[in-house]
Design a protein around this ligand. Structure first.
Ligand code: BES
Ligand code: MN
Ligand code: ZN
Length: 497
């Protein structure tokens, strides 16, 4: 896909289709007005007939529009002017791209009314266009044997209008947006793979492949013996019930002043979560193939920092295991010793994410990190609390939590700050070990984070619970690629770009 910014002269652009925004009640966006004049009122006539209402999500393809170079125009509804926002703008763009994908149109000029600059500046305009086009074009890497013919591919997108002074920023936005989009594709592809393909070993191979692709990346994969040497007893406890061997992945990106303290990203890579002996209900259990979404987001983010050559040091750590019941599996009440030396009573084998993360978080200490962020599909309780709209964000450092929340707002991949105050840790008391791995139903997303908090004292740490946001069910079932846009924004900002 080729992206370019256009600044003026829409009517003369040589593309297959111009995409124009129309508000509800027929008010034309600014560029649409210009096209209407050029076509001697063609659009107004069409609207007067009531053929297009401008409702958000609605589109109409006009196959011949006089007075412009393009051979077609696509109208996309912007909803009411009063409620026009970045969100409705995003939706109207996504609807337009979806409609275009059903045609033979290969090149478009986007000329949809833009939200005010305070809501979407030129840089984020470019970024959003590339990300929206990318995510709308995503196709699941399915294993269907009857291959549908590929939709006629869109090849070129001109985005505008952008004032001359803003073209450079918008072009940088396009470049970054394409990188974010490619990274989200990687996360989605990995998430959508079945667990019999996407095993811990497979994730390690993906990390190796990334390190081959980018010279700034170095990879180290710890196998079971090496993990034992690191005394990661909690990670091993989860893994011991599975025939699939565990992997601990270390990916490092070095650029710029590379002796600076790194940002460390830690991903939960449970390639399938049956719950173990605390077996899950069968309904919807297949969704637990997405339980490696945190790991996939870390791989995606590492590919992004490498692709954009962000001048900073970033380290990705991934605990990759399968959580299975078997004669070798851990049992409720078993006690494991973490790499940090703390003992954990495993009251519920389905609370396995925190067990593999605690050893990874401890591992991060050797890098003397500037910040540690873990990403995990950690709790159903987080889905209950926030639904599918926000990721949960907690941590021991307010500034870091705010930095992530703000990155999520800018990236339209939002997270919500949940309170991680010290009382929650009380729920983890155990009579038999330093603490238990579960703290009851109440505040389950937070007690899970409180567990991680036991291992991150003295670090600047934040935790993203993406159980509700990393994938979706229903007709669009599959990985969403979240929170890669949030992480990308966080990292790009940290790099000062
Ligand atoms: N992977 C699950 C969390 C999850 C649930 C992700 C639903 C996506 C959708 C996690 O390992 C888990 O099983 N958590 C338990 C914790 C409980 C036993 C304290 C849960 O949420 O039920
Ligand atoms: Mn579980
Ligand atoms: Zn899990």
């Amino acid at each position: 896909m080729q992206f370019e910014i256009w600044a003026k002269g829409l009517a003369a652009l040589n593309v297959d289709c111009v995409v124009l925004g129309v508000f509800e009640d027929g008010e034309l966006g600014e560029e649409a007005q210009g096209i209407d004049s050029a076509s001697r009122g063609f659009l107004k006539k069409l609207l007067a007939r009531g053929d297009f209402s401008g409702r958000s999500g609605e589109t109409l393809l006009i196959t011949e529009l006089p007075g412009i170079e393009a051979s077609r125009a696509l109208l996309t509804g912007l909803g009411s002017r009063k409620n026009f926002s970045r969100k409705t703008w995003r939706r109207s763009l996504a609807s337009a791209i979806t409609a275009v994908a059903k045609t033979r149109i290969a090149s478009i000029a986007l000329a949809v009314e833009r939200p005010p600059a305070k809501d979407l500046d030129d840089y984020y305009f470019g970024r959003a266009v590339a990300e929206i086009v990318g995510s709308t074009q995503y196709r699941i890497n399915d294993l269907k044997t009857s291959k549908k013919p590929k939709p006629h591919a869109l090849q070129k997108v001109l985005a505008g209008p952008v004032r001359k002074a803003g073209v450079e920023a918008a072009e940088r936005g396009l470049e970054h947006g394409q990188a974010v989009s490619a990274a989200a594709y990687l996360q989605r592809d990995l998430g959508n793979l079945p667990a019999n393909v996407c095993t811990p070993t497979y994730l390690a191979d993906q990390a190796r492949a990334l390190a081959k692709q980018y010279t700034s990346l170095r990879v180290q994969v710890l196998d079971e013996a090496a993990i034992k040497k690191e005394k990661m007893g909690c990670l091993l406890a989860v893994s011991q019930g599975s025939h699939q061997p565990p992997r601990f992945i270390v990916l490092e990106h070095r650029a710029g002043k590379s002796d600076n303290p790194p940002v460390v990203l830690v991903g939960k890579g449970v390639t399938f979560d049956t719950g173990g002996i605390s077996l899950k209900d069968p309904g919807g259990m297949d969704e637990m193939k997405f339980d490696m979404s945190g790991a996939a987001a870390v791989l995606a983010s590492m590919s992004l920092v490498a692709k954009l050559r962000l001048p900073m040091r970033v380290i990705g750590l991934i605990s990759a295991v399968e959580n299975m019941p078997s004669g070798h599996a851990i049992k409720p009440g078993d006690i494991a010793t973490s790499a940090a030396g703390l003992t954990v009573e495993i009251l519920n084998t389905d609370a396995e994410g925190r067990l593999i993360l605690c050893d990874a978080l401890h591992y991060s200490r050797r890098f003397n990190p500037a910040a540690v962020v873990d990403i995990a599909t950690l709790t159903g309780a987080c889905v209950t609390a926030l639904g599918h709209h926000h990721s949960g964000c907690m941590g021991n450092n307010e500034d870091l939590v705010h930095e992530l929340v703000e990155a999520g707002v800018r990236a339209d991949d939002r997270a919500w700050h949940l309170p991680l105050t010290e009382e929650y840790a009380d729920q983890l008391k155990s009579n038999f070990a330093d603490f238990a791995n579960v703290g009851g139903r109440e505040g389950g997303a937070i007690t899970a984070a409180a567990f991680l908090g036991k291992f991150t004292q003295g670090l600047k740490w934040a935790h993203l619970d993406v159980a509700g946001t990393a994938y979706q069910g229903g007709a669009q079932k599959g990985s969403t690629g979240r929170p890669t846009p949030l992480l990308a924004d966080f990292l790009i900002h940290r790099a000062g770009l």
